[in-house]
Ligand binder design. Structure first.
Ligand code: GDP
Ligand code: GDP
Length: 479
């Protein structure tokens, strides 16, 4: 059995691979453990605007290039992500709104709604418009939301790459948000001044983002379709406890976080106001409910997806589970209303799980009844287990010797006379665990699944999605 790699071994292997500039950046980044911090009460800056105006370019400009590590698929719908940022010694969190695939139906409505959701989480808003294009209808719609929300806003007139474009920037006065700030996010023109202005607007502590209360292991989002029993479970868990409320009344979003003890451990439940309030049954309520679910997932470390075990698994259940996975949060699955199940339904339920949920067989599962409180104490263990899996970190040396053994036993199948080889791998982040593999060719999806399966067997990762990305690189010719 091979020993773990020493740093010298790693350097030796890497010297044999033709690495590119951003590979070095990735390999030199801080260790995942250092990156993972609770951004807690740092003031929040949201970057919003239509697709293609230059939001990601601006985010990357503010962060330096490290964000490139995080983003794999530009141009597709992505989730809101929070990054730690700093300017002139002032720390803040940068909330990247995410993007939408261009050309999808109802794009304008989604852009506006997404912007609204981000605004409500922010202490200061950077609203980015394209100076070359001018104010569009969607820009006006977002401007109206901003006028209502009473947040400090900087209107960024982007793509002003030279002094000739400054006249275009002036035209954005029409949005009614004060003086447009001309910027070239691409070339960096004006970005220092913009950041100075931004930092001057920041409060010392966020009004909307709260540090995790002392002793609380993490934030939980309790989510699920209507009527699966979310408010019942919340009431059962909260019981007669004095609920410590993170009261944000007076804001438009009015999320309320509550600390609820389960089996003696104080978990922080996010946006419980949304659970307690009966959803309005109006047109478009589905869309807003799903936006609210998304926001709760993004606020949380671990999502507890509640299912009504007395009913057939619905496609909406699966969609919510997919939302959690794509947001990269830890996952616990809960079968509620167990008191209603007879022998036959229990049998059917197991079949449904086998057929439709085998791809998340890594998530802890709890069967319980919110009504009778049966097994509700088991939630604590499941949440703790999922969070531990989500925060697992494997050292580079250990990972590479593990992969060495794995490949020796089960090499990648030969394809068209070639056999892709894994040369080196590293875990670039935790919470959720994300790995980058340097290989000599693309890996078959089935081989990737095999690797994921073996990683889970060896290291657990219970309750956590695992992300693996592959960088195909040449081997250096021996000189
Ligand atoms: P997002 O969809 O709002 O995140 O926009 P991106 O940051 O992806 O930028 C969209 C396109 O505009 C990309 O091709 C960028 O290179 C380009 N872009 C961004 N900022 C500028 C800028 O300041 N000047 C110019 N000329 N192009 C820019
Ligand atoms: P929500 O929309 O997800 O918040 O669901 P509710 O908590 O309002 O519950 C919907 C319905 O299911 C209500 O009539 C509850 O009384 C019922 N319910 C919730 N949990 C249970 C349970 O464990 N057993 C049974 N028999 N009924 C339940």
């Amino acid at each position: 059995m091979s020993e773990d790699l020493t740093p010298d071994d790693s350097a030796n292997i890497l010297s044999q691979i033709q690495l590119q500039d951003d590979d070095y950046e990735l390999l030199e980044a801080e260790s995942p453990a250092e990156q993972h911090q609770d951004l807690g009460a740092l003031p929040v800056v949201a970057v919003i605007g239509r697709p293609n105006v230059g939001k990601s370019t601006l985010v990357n400009r503010i962060l330096g290039r490290r964000a490139a590590v995080v983003q794999d698929h530009p141009g597709v719908t992505r989730d809101r992500v929070r990054y730690p940022a700093q300017w002139a010694g002032v720390d803040f969190q940068l909330l990247d709104t995410g993007g939408w695939e261009l050309g999808v139906k109802g794009l304008d409505q989604m852009v506006a709604a997404q912007a609204e959701a981000s605004i409500q989480l922010a202490d200061v808003v950077l609203f980015v418009a394209d100076a070359g294009v001018g104010a569009t209808d969607t820009d006006l719609q977002i401007a109206r939301i901003l006028q209502r929300c009473d947040r400090p806003v900087i209107l960024v007139a982007n793509k002003v790459d030279s002094s000739r474009g400054e006249a275009d920037a002036t035209a954005l006065w029409s949005l009614g948000l004060g003086e447009p700030f001309p910027l070239s996010a691409l070339h960096g023109l004006g970005s220092g001044d913009l950041l100075d202005k931004l930092v001057a607007l920041l409060p010392e502590k966020s009004q909307f983002s709260k540090a995790l209360p002392p002793g609380s292991p993490g934030r939980v989002a309790l989510i699920g379709r209507p009527n699966v029993g979310k408010s019942s479970l919340l009431n059962t868990l909260a019981g007669s406890q004095r609920v410590v409320v993170n009261d944000l009344a007076g804001t438009t979003r009015d999320p309320v976080d509550e600390v609820i003890e389960i089996a003696g451990v104080p978990w922080t439940f996010v946006d419980t106001a949304g659970i307690r309030r009966r959803m309005l049954k109006s047109r478009g309520a589905d869309f807003y409910a799903s936006l609210r679910t998304q926001a709760a997932i993004e606020e949380a470390d671990v999502a507890m997806v509640l299912l009504d075990a007395s009913q057939e698994l619905a496609s909406a259940d699966i969609r919510i589970i997919e939302q959690v996975i794509s947001a990269g949060r830890a996952l616990v699955l809960v079968n509620n209303k167990w008191d209603l199940l007879d022998e036959e339904r229990r049998h059917d339920l197991e079949r449904e799980w086998e057929l439709q949920l085998s791809h998340v067989d890594w998530a802890p599962r709890v069967n319980l009844s919110a009504k009778t409180a049966w097994h509700t104490n088991r939630i604590q263990g499941a949440l703790a287990q999922a969070l531990a899996g989500w925060r697992t970190r494997i050292s580079t040396s250990e990972l590479n010797s593990f992969l060495g053994r794995l490949v020796a036993e089960h090499p990648h199948p030969v394809r068209g006379g070639k056999q892709p080889r894994i040369m080196f791998a590293t875990q670039v982040s935790m919470a959720p665990p994300r790995f980058v593999f340097f290989t000599t060719g693309f890996l078959d999806p089935s081989y990737r699944r095999f690797i994921e399966h073996r990683l889970r067997e060896e290291y657990g990762f219970t309750g956590s999605p695992i992300q693996i990305s592959v960088r195909v690189r040449e081997r250096r010719k021996r000189s």
